[in-house]
Design a protein. Sequence first.
Length: 293
Amino acid sequence: MDIATDNTCRNCGATTSGNFCHMCGQETHLHAPSFSEFMHEFIGHYVALEGRLWGTITRLLFRPGLLTAEYLAGRRKRYVEPLRLYLSLSIIFFAILKFSDADVATVDPRPTPPAVKQQAERAIAEVKANQEDHPPIVNDKLELALQQKYPAIYHAVDRFEKMDDHQKSAVMQAGFYKYAPYAIFLLMPIFALWMKVLYLGTGKKYGEHMLFALHTNAFAFVMLGVFIFLPDGFLKFIAFCWVAGYLPWAMQRVYQKGKWGTFWRWALLGVLHGISLAIAVLGVMALGIISAH
């Protein structure tokens, strides 16, 4: 039984003269939904997504840079959108990492050997004796300034220093899982900025470098997830070699530079992104310490 039989679209109110509204695209002859229609819609969307997903993942993993090149060439409908791909693989990776109980940030709780402990105690005693003769005025002033201007940070750091090794590890682990996904995501514009600087004069726009950053880092999430399950040995070595060669290969395919031009840009990008990543990790750990209860 039809829900609507007149010539007015029930969605936008436009006057219609066919099976579909020319304004919003909704069907003009509506009827009560049936179970078979729900199943048809579900299967149709799932199969379509599965086909797009399979084509996207295979090109992402085994054809370095091809997914970016295809997108820039205008062939986009057949692949999963770059941002959705990145976010989906990011969520899956951090979920795998968390449930695998990987020690991403720990303080080594192993006991100190007696001889080393005695030497450390003597060194600490000497430092304290020296401080009594020559008080560290600069350190005291910095500590006092921190305590006065940022009391919350001061008390958080002081509380962290009083924890044992297991508690410190738990705090840093919690901080990592809470803030790392956001930090890594915020690194994407910075990664794209490095690419923009390295490829000045090529005519590439910032958005194109951002696209490359999303695809290459999505690949990194997949491979890091694979490394969690691969045992040490030949397979992990092969996977490591593939990861090491993936980025320069992708850069050469997308940016069309020679081998030497690609190599020095890849090496410099590794240094720049490594510094950015180190700062991000330190920031994540600091936020974890400050927000710990």
